[in-house]
Design a protein around this ligand. Structure first.
Ligand code: AQP
Length: 331
């Protein structure tokens, strides 16, 4: 039986965080066992915030090397740079014309970002439609997402339904895959806010490049609560800081939250944090070794980029041709 198709993307907007790892890259590796996976480095999406040429070039290679270090296998999956496959922008324009202004205005991520960003460009507004084009171009069955992206998948589904209703079954309707244990890793200092790589307060995030002493300092400062006696249990509503740390430890050690709650019964927050530091340092040191192995071999990275674009274009072209055909653009 033909394997179902998974599509996902990551923006080259800086040093990846533990949130990007747990919410995306760790899942991407696992999904390769069951699905045919297509992963994209979403450089076009990253342009919604002004990027400097050399930094963007470097970030793209950094993210690619980190994907490989996390176990994305370019022999099994397709990994490519979004802007190298022009069909994304081509389909994006067409889908713009099948999307209502009102439904885009409702996107919560846009509403949140306009508060933080002085440079409100049309790209930021259009972002979810480009994301719909990314997904629909590959006849994607499943999209692994963090909680913050659910609304965008719903939009992609709505656009696909609308288009199919007019033109027949052109697009596969994608479904989301939500990783419940790690769908949103929160900031260390403000556990009600998502951990984001573009966060200007470095204490909110664990970068995959933080060294041992920085990790120790950041985890030490991570917000917990003043419960006495201390209770280490998952209860996001009442104990967001501890719950977030439990999710992090569970994802790094592969122990369930329930097991960790038992192991840390009657222990204090310091010993809980010490265990997080030990496990995180061990994990990140190993990951970085693999990362530097790939990162120093630019020739190899560039060959992956070229091959990835070639393979992705083949699939993308099939869908775009169908779309051009039914609309009447293929004379
Ligand atoms: N904190 C998080 N918890 C779980 N998943 C997360 N992801 C990001 N942060 C967390 C997931 O990582 C994938 C790639 O993200 P992205 O770079 O394309 O965009 P993003 O979601 O906007 O990530 P950041 O880190 O917040 O980037 P900036 O700061 O540049 O906007 C996605 O699957 C995302 O869900």
């Amino acid at each position: 039986m033909k394997k179902k198709i998974v599509f996902s993307g990551i923006q080259p907007t800086g040093l990846l965080t533990l949130g990007n790892y747990i919410g995306a890259l760790k899942q991407w590796k696992k999904l390769q066992k069951k699905y045919f996976c297509i992963y994209c480095i979403a450089d076009l999406h990253s342009l919604t915030i002004h990027q400097k040429k050399n930094i963007l070039n470097k970030n793209i290679l950094d993210v690619l090397a980190m994907c490989l270090a996390c176990g994305i296998n370019p022999e099994k999956s397709i990994i490519f740079i979004q802007s190298h496959v022009p069909q994304h922008s081509q389909l994006n324009w067409i889908l713009n014309c099948f999307t209502n202004f009102g439904e885009i205005k409702r996107m919560t991520q846009f509403k949140e970002k306009i508060f933080l960003n002085k440079n409100i460009n049309v790209g930021l507004f259009n972002y979810p439609i480009l994301m719909a084009a990314d997904i629909l171009l590959y006849q994607t069955n499943k999209v692994p997402v963090g909680k913050d992206q659910i609304q965008h998948i719903e939009l992609a589904r709505d656009i696909a339904y609308r288009f199919n209703k007019i033109y027949g079954n052109i697009f596969t309707i994608p479904e989301k895959i939500l990783n419940y244990n790690g769908s949103c890793i929160m900031s260390l200092i403000n556990p009600n806010k998502k951990m984001s790589k573009s966060d200007t307060n470095n204490n909110n995030i664990i970068s995959l490049f933080d060294n041992d002493s920085i990790i120790k300092q950041k985890i030490k400062n991570a917000v917990t609560d003043s419960n006495y006696p201390p209770i280490i249990k998952y209860d996001f509503k009442n104990k967001p800081g501890i719950s977030n740390l439990l999710v992090i430890l569970s994802n790094i050690t592969e122990f369930s939250i329930e097991k960790l709650e038992k192991d840390f019964q009657n222990k204090n927050y310091n010993s809980f944090k010490e265990s997080i530091v030990i496990n995180l340092c061990l994990f990140l040191n190993k990951l970085r070794k693999k990362y530097f192995f790939y990162r120093k071999n630019e020739k190899y990275l560039k060959s992956i980029i070229t091959n990835g674009a070639e393979k992705a274009k083949k699939y993308a072209n099939i869908t775009l041709k169908k779309v051009y055909n039914v609309i009447g653009l293929d004379i």
